[in-house]
Design a protein around this ligand. Structure first.
Ligand SMILES: Cc1cc2nc3c(=O)[nH]c(=O)nc-3n(C[C@H](O)[C@H](O)[C@H](O)COP(=O)(O)O)c2cc1C
Length: 376
């Protein structure tokens, strides 16, 4: 396909797949798309292992890496360890967590952390992870939640690797283009994970229009794209391709649990709610008794700001998944994970390669349908 993204990334079909799962990344790239490995929760050591595995399984095809360096965080300018930060979690929030889990019969197991483990979303850790990543044949680095630090843009430049940034508003797109990024991901509110308030259908043309007078960079559409028909619609809007996340959660390769897969198939698009109760920033995830308790319960102390909320939610969700897998129905009700409104379109679990092939097929049929409308 002729798209600036295909030329920039060396791919045949401009379908990008964000995933925290190395198997999905390798499978998508092998099938002609472009896998992007979400490395936020990794250390330099673990990312080295993951990327080495991808190199061995990607069949020489290109792939990228995504880190998350938030511009605004409660600990901006500091670099506390996980343990130091844990001391700042208010007792009220610990008590509420214990109460919510106890009500569901879930035992909270707090994972011991090494003394030097950095805080969640630590910017210096992200740069160290990128240092390791550049020892591998990565073809893209991406960042979310703000303008990447200048060091990141410089790293991309010096290795001739394009730098992408996720944005949820045109104002953010303008700042990113001025800062020097190479690719924009215009991510609508439909998206799984952290997102803004503007829908993909409005955001994509709005971003294209806003950056035109400054510098025209390729814009990938994201948010709610689960099939090739939607991808074609976004490219009709002017997008250079699609950036996707949720659709890969419903693949055999993905990191999701059996229970979460069942819940995705049961869910409608209205079950994907944009709430703070996992990371402290608004992020779209599956509604569950956990999200309801933090958002609606009269006793809720409300979510802590990023990165503090992750100190509560990471152990809580591991404990919830463990208990649900052991057959606790109330824990099952509490199971949740980031997922977008496109969850309403999930009907079954397929292989990642099959998803890529069906995207191509659906894209072609959509393009032919439009062409057919113009024929006499
Ligand atoms: C489970 C999950 C985790 C995500 N984590 C990140 C992340 O760490 N960094 C990031 O840039 N985007 C993250 N995202 C957002 C994706 O990069 C992507 O923009 C989004 O999934 C697109 O919308 P869709 O989910 O409707 O396809 C995540 C999305 C999901 C579903």
């Amino acid at each position: 396909m002729k798209s600036p993204i295909c030329d920039m990334l060396g791919i045949e079909f401009p379908l990008l797949a964000f995933s925290h799962c190395r198997d999905v990344v390798a499978a998508v790239s092998r099938a002609g798309g472009f896998g992007v490995f979400g490395a936020t929760a990794h250390s330099p050591e673990t990312v080295e292992q993951e990327l080495r595995w991808i190199d061995e399984h990607v069949g020489g095809k290109p792939y990228g890496i995504d880190v998350l360096v938030p511009e605004n965080m409660a600990t901006a300018g500091e670099h506390p360890t996980w343990q130091e930060l844990a001391a700042r979690v208010p007792q009220q929030h610990r008590d509420f967590t214990a109460e919510v889990l106890a009500e569901a019969g879930v035992e909270l197991i707090v994972e011991p952390r090494p003394a030097d483990e950095p805080q969640p979303f630590d910017p210096d850790n992200a740069l160290r992870v990128l240092d390791v990543a550049f020892r591998h044949p990565i073809k893209l680095i991406a960042n979310a939640l703000g303008v990447p630090p200048p060091e990141m843009i410089e790293m991309g430049r010096s290795h001739s690797v394009p730098v992408a940034a996720l944005v949820g508003a045109k104002e953010h797109a303008i700042r990113q283009v001025k800062a020097g990024i190479d690719i924009l991901v215009a991510q609508g509110t439909e998206a799984g994970g952290h997102c803004g308030e503007v829908s993909t259908l409005v955001l994509v043309p709005e971003v294209l229009q806003a950056i035109k007078p400054i510098r025209e960079v390729p814009v990938l559409a994201a948010g709610g794209i689960m099939n090739g028909r939607q991808m074609a619609a976004c490219m009709a809007l002017g997008a250079a391709g699609a950036w996707t996340g949720s659709v890969w959660l419903a693949t055999v390769e993905s990191e999701t649990s059996e229970i979460f897969r069942e819940k995705m198939i049961e869910a409608s698009s209205r079950d994907a709610v944009r709430v703070r109760s996992r990371t402290g920033k608004p992020a779209r995830q599956l509604r569950s008794t956990w999200t309801e308790a933090w958002e609606r319960s009269p006793n809720s102390p409300r979510a802590l700001p990023m990165p503090l909320m992750s100190l509560i939610s990471r152990d809580a969700f591991k404990s919830i998944e463990r208990s649900a897998a052991a057959g606790n129905p109330k824990a099952r009700d509490m199971v949740s994970y980031f997922v977008g409104q496109g969850v309403g379109l999930i009907e079954n679990i397929r292989s990642a390669g099959q998803v890529v092939q069906e995207f191509k097929q659906d894209f072609l049929e959509a393009a032919e349908r439009l062409n057919g409308l113009l024929e006499e």
